[in-house]
Structure formats: structure tokens, C-alpha cells
Design a protein around this ligand. Structure first.
Ligand code: AMP
Ligand code: MG
Length: 347
């Protein structure tokens, strides 16, 4: 079964065709990131305008230029939330229109659940993820640890109480005069720094829950920068490395504790922050020591960041939510984006 996936929740416009939830047939992505960088962050109005500009060319390239025909597509999967309202609307309205014109079912997808399905697309994995699966979604807007008992059976084990981990990277990057998005910049700068140079707090590290807190850590970096007269390149690198170490230690150690508490078979790390190689190697080395019996999934950068491949994969595995224009015409017409969906919200 081939599903055409559409993802427009933020600043990426992405269309993919995925077979049986596991094989990528076609994938095209355009992003307004370079334009957003001029503003030092995402401007929702700019993001949605660019979505509208890129949508049709990206769709066209994903289908026609790959020599595919519409007859070959069985259904359409689309992100309905969470994300920016204007950006989501572009993808969802496009998907609804295609569903009507082509008379093919539309499968609404929760973007956060979508991220998890990057695990099924990872061609480096020897076997697909098995349940019970624990997933860590570490992104610009979320820091969620979820337990998946089966497709469509998701339990939220814990999340951040304040800032998301990616948000903390972006804010600390600004303190260090680094451009947006801050994550990759901090990772690069940290390579020149000493992760033990500054002893930043590890909030909630010893709490019994699976919750995180990143806003205090960000403030600790702010106070440290205020104490220093001249931020030399070496001090900036030390600050970046020490911040990164503190942020990841809490994420990894608490994930390992949670993984031990629940009898899981697979553990997956995804979201934009999972693009960080230092996090990936820390995650793998802790897991090998602490939970050697658990199968690990750390999808590559191309799958971890926002894209339509995992939206199409998620649509394949969550077909219960499918809306057929021949049967559910009214529901399809009323389907609206939901910018504030939670990871546990089923569609
Ligand atoms: P997402 O919300 O999934 O689109 O991911 C975007 C977030 O991931 C932003 O907050 C980025 O700063 C962060 N990010 C991207 N690459 C990295 C990296 N290499 N290290 C840490 N954070 C990153
Ligand atoms: Mg995301």
C-alpha cells in the first residue's frame, strides 16, 4: 500500500510516498529556514506564506518527477497538529482537496506520534521496532517520554515541566551569539569546549517521576554569562559544552531509569534534538551498559528532523482514523488543524 504523506507543521514543506509504512519511494522537502534565520527564529506569518509558495512545486516533484502516477497512491496521510496554525492549514487543506479530487482516503496524523514512526523507516535497523516500545521525542517544542503498547496505544510517561530541550538549545545559543537554530551551532561549538568547565544544574535528575525541566538550566547559563567580562571563544565553547552535557545527562539518565522500570523491548530516540551526534553516542553507551537487552533505535538525521516520510509511515499504521471522501464526506470537510495536540491525542 502506497501512502502520500504531507508535512507542513512548521517551516518545512515536505511530501513523501512510502510503501507499507517502511519503504520510502519518493521524498521532497523545501524549507524556509534560511529566511527564518534572518529573524533569529521562526516567524509564523513568514512560515505559512512560504508553505503556500512551496506546497505545489514540492507535491509535483514528489509525484511526477519520480515517474509515479496518481493511480499508484492508495491514501493520503497529513499532519493535523501540533504546529503553527497557518503552516498546518496549508498542508491539511491541500490534503483534503486531493482526497476529494482523487477520491482517496485521508488519514490525519499527530505530528508527535509521526516522529516515532521514523523508527520503522530506518534502513539501518535489522528488525522493525517491537512493542512495548519506549520513545523519547526531543524537539523544539516537546520533550516527551512515551510508552507504546501497540499501534494507537500510547501512554505519556513524562514530559518537560517548562521549556522543551530544543527550545533551551535555541535560547542558550542566543546568549552565546549563535544564529538560529541553536542546536547544531551549540553541538559544533561544544566540540572545542570542556563539558566539566561549568557545573550547571541537572534539574529533577533525582526526582522519582519521568519529568524534565530546562528553563532553570537556561537561566543558569544566563547568570554565568553575566558574571564573565569577556566571552572569549574558549569560554563560549566551554559554556556550550557544559550546557549540552547538563541537558543531555538528565535526558539520558532519566530515560534509562524509565526504561528499567517498564519492561520494554525497544527504545527509540527521535525529534530534531536527536540529530545531535553527542547525544546519540551518549544514549547508545548508557543503553549498552544499563539496558543491554533492549533494542535501540536512533534514526538518522534525515529521518529525525521534520519530514513527510514518517507522516506517511504513521498513516499506514494508524489507518483506523482513515476518512474516506465517499463515506465520511462531512467529517472530512470539518477536519481542522489542531496546533496544540498532545502526544496522547489519538485522531
Ligand atoms: P523539531 O522541533 O523536531 O523540528 O526540531 C528542531 C529543534 O531541534 C530545534 O530546537 C533545534 O535547535 C534542535 N536541534 C536541531 N539539531 C540539533 C542538534 N544537533 N543538537 C541539539 N539540538 C538540535
Ligand atoms: Mg518536530
Amino acid at each position: 500500500m502506497k501512502i502520500l504523506g504531507i508535512e507542513t507543521s512548521c517551516d518545512e514543506t515536505s511530501v513523501a510516498i512510502v510503501e507499507d509504512g517502511t519503504k520510502i519511494i519518493s521524498h521532497v522537502l523545501a524549507t524556509s529556514l534560511e529566511i527564518q534565520q534572518q529573524y533569529g527564529g521562526i516567524v509564523p506569518e513568514v512560515a505559512s506564506r512560504k508553505q503556500a509558495e512551496y506546497m505545489i512545486p514540492v507535491l509535483h516533484e514528489a509525484i511526477k518527477k519520480r515517474g509515479l502516477t496518481i493511480d499508484e497512491i492508495d491514501a493520503i496521510g497529513v499532519t493535523v497538529g501540533p504546529g503553527l496554525m497557518g503552516s498546518l492549514m496549508v498542508g491539511l487543506e491541500t490534503a483534503k482537496t486531493l482526497s476529494y479530487i482523487w477520491q482517496k482516503p485521508l488519514i490525519p496524523v499527530n505530528h508527535l506520534i509521526g516522529h516515532i514512526y521514523s523508527g520503522w523507516l530506518d534502513s539501518n535497523a535489522t528488525i522493525p521496532p517491537q512493542f512495548p516500545l519506549m520513545a523519547v521525542v526531543a524537539s523544539g517544542g516537546h520533550t516527551d517520554v512515551v510508552l507504546m503498547h501497540d499501534h494507537g496505544q500510547i501512554e505519556l510517561l513524562g514530559a518537560t515541566r517548562d521549556d522543551a530541550i530544543g527550545e533551551a538549545f535555541d535560547k542558550v545559543a542566543r546568549l552565546l551569539d549563535l544564529p538560529y537554530p541553536g542546536g547544531p551551532q551549540i553541538e559544533k561549538l561544544a566540540q572545542q569546549g570542556d563539558p566539566r568547565a561549568f557545573d550547571f544544574p541537572r534539574p529533577l535528575l533525582h526526582s522519582q517521576d519521568i519529568e524534565f525541566s530546562y528553563s532553570g538550566l537556561k537561566t543558569a547559563v544566563l547568570y554565568e554569562t553575566k558574571k564573565i567580562d569577556t566571552l572569549t571563544d574558549q569560554i563560549r565553547a566551554d559554556l556550550a559544552a557544559s550546557f549540552q552535557q547538563a541537558a543531555f545527562e538528565t535526558l539520558v539518565i532519566k530515560t534509562m531509569q524509565a526504561a528499567k522500570r517498564f519492561d520494554i523491548t525497544s527504545l527509540l530516540l527521535t525529534g530534531g534534538v536527536a540529530a545531535n551526534q553527542y547525544l546519540k553516542s551518549m544514549f547508545i553507551s548508557y543503553a549498552q551498559k544499563e539496558i543491554p537487552h533492549v533494542q535501540l533505535y536512533t534514526p538518522p538525521l534525515s529521518l529525525a528532523t521534520d519530514n513527510a516520510t514518517y507522516i506517511a509511515a504513521a498513516a499506514y499504521f494508524t489507518q483506523k482514523a482513515s476518512l474516506d471522501p465517499k463515506i465520511n464526506e462531512q467529517q472530512l470537510a470539518e477536519l481542522e488543524p489542531n496546533p496544540s495536540l498532545l502526544v496522547t491525542d489519538q485522531l
